[in-house]
Design a protein around this ligand. Structure first.
Ligand code: ZN
Length: 147
């Protein structure tokens, strides 16, 4: 099996069996993000407790890339400190801006390296980034609230 097939399987698997896809009752903030060029949308709830992401849950509709990427993002960031989450987010953003030249830091990004190939297709980068941008927005709002 070549790497592209393996990656496609990771994406399809998260699309069919998404993680954390059920909005929590309690949350610090809720954000709603759209990707009009593809019709993807994500609502994301974020809760921080004792300096950790204690809850990150979401609901959404859209293409397999946007839904799988949001699912993987939620599994990667749950339980992390906001600083560690930012490192993962920055690393994923860098991968998405690589135009297909980067493979991604597997230690940091784990299953999210499956989206490396997506960075070759400008129209799909927004799909892959939708959930991550929703997290970024939510984390900035939580930070602003706590000041
Ligand atoms: Zn999409």
């Amino acid at each position: 099996m070549n790497l592209d097939n393996l990656y496609q399987e990771v994406i399809l698997d998260h699309y069919k069996n998404p993680e954390n896809k059920k909005l929590s009752v309690e949350k610090d903030v809720q954000v709603h993000h759209l990707n009009p060029s593809c019709g993807d949308e994500v609502t994301l709830n974020l809760t921080l407790e004792s300096g950790r992401i204690s809850n990150i849950s979401w609901e959404g509709n859209g293409c397999s890339i946007s839904m799988a990427s949001t699912s993987i993002m939620s599994t990667l960031l749950l339980g992390k400190s906001p600083d560690d989450a930012k490192k993962i987010l920055d690393s994923f953003m860098e991968l998405m801006q690589s135009k297909g030249s980067a493979k991604g830091d597997e230690l940091l990004l784990e299953d999210a390296v499956a989206f490396a190939g997506v960075s070759k297709y400008p129209a799909r980068i927004k799909c892959a980034l939708l959930g991550w941008m929703a997290y970024k927005d939510a984390s900035l709002q939580v930070e602003a609230k706590s000041k």
